[in-house]
Design a protein around this ligand. Structure first.
Ligand code: HAS
Length: 552
């Protein structure tokens, strides 16, 4: 039976599309900057009109890493919430307020960067200082996103009240976990931006405590990557099974993996600071151990996906060891794009494990290997899954059809992306092992002789970057077609179901107090003592954390 309350109305689709438009505009601008970067790094281009390399690098990182992802995720999640728990008029109105706050913040930040007043990269490490408008804009983006968090929390809370004792829909549960993770994580970046960067950039504070700012940033920075990853996992767990004609492998396993992400993705920020002085090695070690804990839910996900593919294939009658594999719907772009993303996550995740291994980190830290790592994770696994989602979500939201022609173009787009990224990310990994630094276009760090070792790989990056830019243009064309020109019709919103005879999901998996409580305990455990240490041992004159004891 169709539940009218869960049908997408024009008002709902407008809300999701508003976020998704911003995401795709960002893709075009950010991608263009990426192309220019690879040309500069390979020596093929000198930027005209006094434009600075770090200016375009900042646009690239902020607009792709922070704007595209956040807007796409929020737009996608609103659609998922509407389809599973509904949205009230009031909730929708508040959601729009969040959108406008985010947009004002995004425009402020973007203009400041484009004017060359905030070439501080997406990590905005102090003592690099930007114009105050950059930080105020960022704060607004975060505040706007919190509005989305509270709307999503309220949607599930309202549904639970109306459906006492019932298990919440899986996708709504996942969205709420992701937004909880985001809310808790952004407290760190909001604290450093509001308490440290804004007063400092306005001239109210003369100095800034660099280590405190970096620690608060990375408290946010690692869960940020899981905020990107979890919506991709939502699609893998609860959409892809429907696309391939199967069922959800295990509702309980999916929930457990999301709960583990909530608990273990935050108290691990030190693995980005392993080479930094001022943090006790014991605490770095503890956070490395916790990092290894956050690998487990990804392994659960890999297991779950293999099981879904195999069970579905065998049920359809495909025998032999790999019969099920051959008969996956490779020609359906809604499956093919995320599947290539999954395959990329195998080497990408392996790279992450290498980064997290304390000693190996010393080899790769601050080299372009790390850039290669995040181009495989976020720019391949996550983004290809988001593209895969767009092939059905955009037509659903615009009342159009995914035609055979666009489907086939999508297959080509995916291949182009995979080839471009293999060149680019592959070159980055190798150049990084040879010592090529990241974040710098001109460095001959290690001597010019060493730099000549990796120049070939810089060219590899430029080739990959050019292929990827073709991929971006194709994707923009596909998006415009699906949004404005594809034939009118009804596209399926593919929501997978559980097996009819599935074991009931244990109730404790929805014990919010327990999971939030454990998350807070883990964060306090991993951060309290080292954070106090950092403040107590800070040099004199680093307000606003300039405690008297630090001056002795
Ligand atoms: Fe990372 C740096 C460690 C995952 C993104 N990471 C970064 C940065 C970014 C980033 C942006 O410990 C740079 C930040 C900066 O600017 O400085 N990362 C990890 C670890 C994981 C990991 C342990 N990272 C991600 C994901 C990201 C991301 C996901 C974005 C979405 N990362 C690090 C560390 C650093 C770091 C250090 C700091 C380095 C430094 O020195 O600065 C893990 O979560 C990875 C676990 C993943 C797996 C893979 C499971 C595989 C699956 C696919 C299965 C495939 C199937 C296909 C089912 C264990 C789930 C079926 C196939 C058939 C054949 C049928």
């Amino acid at each position: 039976m169709i539940n009218e309350k869960l049908q997408l109305t024009k008002k709902d689709t407008r809300l999701s599309m508003a976020f998704i438009y911003v995401a795709f505009i960002s893709l075009l601008i950010g991608g263009l900057m990426g192309l220019l970067q690879t040309f500069v790094r390979s020596g093929a281009l000198t930027l005209p009109w006094g434009i600075n390399y770090y200016q375009i690098l900042t646009v690239h990182g902020v607009i792709l890493g922070l704007v595209l992802t956040t807007y796409f995720i929020i737009g996608f999640q609103y659609a998922l919430m509407k389809k599973t728990v509904g949205i009230t008029i009031k909730e929708r109105k508040i959601a729009w307020i969040g959108f406008w706050i985010m947009l004002v913040g995004t425009i402020m930040t973007a203009v400041t960067i484009l004017l060359g007043k905030a070439s501080v990269l997406y990590t905005f490490y102090a003592p690099l200082k930007a114009h105050p408008a950059f930080y105020i804009g960022l704060a607004l983006v975060i505040i706007g996103s919190w509005v989305a968090c509270f709307v999503n929390f309220h949607q599930l809370f309202r549904w639970k009240k109306d459906n006492k004792g019932e298990k919440s829909p899986l996708l709504a549960f996942m969205v709420v976990i992701n937004m909880l993770l985001w809310l808790i994580a952004t407290l760190g970046v909001a604290a450093t931006v509001i308490i440290q960067f804004i007063p400092w950039s306005l001239g109210y504070a003369e100095t800034i405590n660099v280590l405190v700012s970096r620690t608060l940033f990375w408290y946010f920075g690692h869960p940020l990557v899981y905020f990107w990853l979890l919506p991709a996992y939502m699609a893998w767990y609860a959409i892809i099974p429907k696309v391939i004609g199967g069922k959800i492998f295990s509702d309980s396993l999916a929930r457990l993996s999301f709960v583990l992400f909530l608990m273990f993705s935050i108290p691990v920020g030190f693995h980005h600071q392993l080479t930094e002085p001022g943090i006790d090695p014991t605490w770095k070690f503890i956070q490395v151990v916790l990092t290894f804990m956050v690998i487990i839910p990804s392994l659960l996900t890999a297991f779950s996906m293999f099981a879904t593919f195999e069970i579905t294939g065998r049920r359809k009658g495909f025998t032999g060891l790999f019969g099920w594999f051959k008969h996956l719907p490779w020609k359906d772009v809604r499956f093919f794009a995320p599947m290539i993303g999954m395959l990329a996550f195998i080497p990408a995740g392996t790279g992450g494990i290498i980064n997290a291994s304390h000693q190996l980190n010393a080899v790769v830290h601050n080299t372009i290997w790390v850039t290669g790592h995040f181009h495989l994770t976020v720019a391949t696994t996550v983004i290809l899954t988001f593209f895969g989602v767009s092939y059905w979500l955009v037509p659903v939201l615009t009342g159009r059809k995914l035609t055979k022609k666009i489907n086939n173009l999508g297959l080509i787009q995916t291949v182009v992306w995979a080839v471009g990224m293999s060149f680019m990310s592959g070159s980055m990994h190798i150049a990084g092992l040879l010592g090529a630094p990241r974040r710098s276009a001109y460095s001959t760090y290690g001597g010019t002789e060493q730099a000549s070792d990796w120049i070939g790989y810089q060219i590899g990056q430029a080739i990959g970057g050019s292929i990827l830019f073709i991929g971006i243009l194709l994707m923009i064309y596909i998006f415009i077609n699906l949004a404005f020109f594809a034939p009118k019709g009804n596209e399926e919103f593919p929501l997978a179901e559980e097996e009819k005879d599935a074991e009931p999901t244990p109730k404790f998996l929805e014990n919010w107090k327990l999971w939030i409580g454990l998350t807070v305990v883990l964060i306090l455990f991993a951060y309290t003592i080292p954070f106090i240490d950092i403040i107590v041992h800070s040099p004199a004159g680093s307000p606003p954390f300039d405690w008297p004891i630090g001056n002795q």
